[in-house]
Design a binder for this molecule. Structure first.
Ligand SMILES: NC(=[NH2+])NCCC[C@H](N)C(=O)O
Ligand SMILES: [Mn+2]
Ligand SMILES: [Mn+2]
Length: 302
């Protein structure tokens, strides 16, 4: 790896709660850059990307006609982020996109995937984020990015940066699932997406799950993007996030998972999303997220 590019995705437009656009700076405050540098990796902090639209607290996330909230804002932000992520991969760097809500993955995957024939994706999350505007119960676009990357959903969002689907559903693995909507469950079944629910993780153990996921993806992909939503962890571990779901992964399980991914040498890019410092206890969610990223870059657990 030549270097890690930190791309701050300062967006809150994919969901209704204010504050998640401060996530990138909360992660920097928790020493994200210094911790990765300790692994003898060159880090280039490219600063934050902002939409040209400002968050207006009085109108933020009002339901829009097509059941896509803050639609133009997300389109605009995704184009900008895709360009930045594309530039990083082109330069030979490892893009670490720090959020920001999970709608940022529309842009990160759009920018990264054109550099691969078959990009794999590990979606480490309590949620599938596989809704489209029809199946979404909320209209929040952070519940849709994985479907959009697979080519399902609003045309403009599907065609961000490059026309058409960015990834194939057979190159996706879902890990940590415990809050799937009806339409998402149907999509997973129809496409036969490899899915590890919390129950699966309890039964098999996280290390077997990670090894199986890697084995499945390494056989057919030429790069693997990790999209890590901090709500994959239990809310007792990561309270500073907008859509917490109980009975989640622990920090130690996640650090172990990140060590296994590091040792594989197969991860080529990453999103670290949904840290909301306004909902946090101190800055503990950002601090744990930094520990997870450091583990992905090689910091070993004792
Ligand atoms: N990235 C997230 N935290 N997504 C939460 C999505 C929640 C719900 N499934 C929805 O579509 O509204
Ligand atoms: Mn989630
Ligand atoms: Mn998510």
């Amino acid at each position: 790896m030549k270097r890690v590019d930190i791309i701050g995705a300062a967006t809150a437009f994919g969901q209704p709660k204010l504050g998640v656009d401060l996530g990138p700076d909360a992660l920097r405050y928790a020493n994200l850059i210094e911790e990765i540098e300790k692994m003898n990796i060159e880090v280039n902090d490219k600063g934050n990307i902002y939409s040209d639209f400002k968050v207006d607290a009085s109108t933020h996330s009002r339901r829009s006609e097509n059941n896509l909230k803050n639609y133009e804002q997300v389109v605009d932000f995704s184009e900008k982020l895709a360009a930045a992520a594309d530039e990083s991969v082109r330069a030979g760097a490892f893009p670490l996109v720090i959020g920001g809500d999970h709608s940022l993955s529309i842009g990160s995957l759009a920018g990264i995937s054109p550099h691969y024939d078959n990009l794999g994706v590990i979606w480490y999350d309590a949620h599938g984020d596989l809704n489209d505007s029809a199946s979404s119960p909320s209209g929040n676009i952070h519940g849709m990015p994985l479907a959009i990357a697979c080519g399902v959903g609003d045309e403009k969002l599907v065609n961000i940066h490059k026309t058409g689907a960015k990834i194939k559903p057979e190159n996706v693995v879902l890990i940590g699932m415990r809050d799937l909507d009806e339409g998402e469950t149907r999509y997973i079944k129809d496409r036969n997406i490899l899915t590890y629910t919390m129950r699966d993780i309890r039964e098999k153990g996280i290390s077997a799950v990670m090894s199986d996921a890697l084995e499945y993806l390494e056989a057919k992909t030429d790069g693997i993007h990790l999209s890590l939503d901090v709500d994959a962890l239990d809310p007792e571990e990561t309270p500073g996030t907008g859509t917490p779901v109980g009975e989640g992964l622990s920090l130690w399980e996640t650090l172990l998972a990140m060590n296994i991914l590091h040792d594989s040498g197969s991860i080529t890019s990453m999103d670290l999303v949904e840290v909301n410092p306004l909902l946090d206890e101190g800055n503990m969610t950002a601090e744990k997220a930094v520990a997870m990223a450091s583990a992905l870059f090689g910091r070993k657990q004792k």
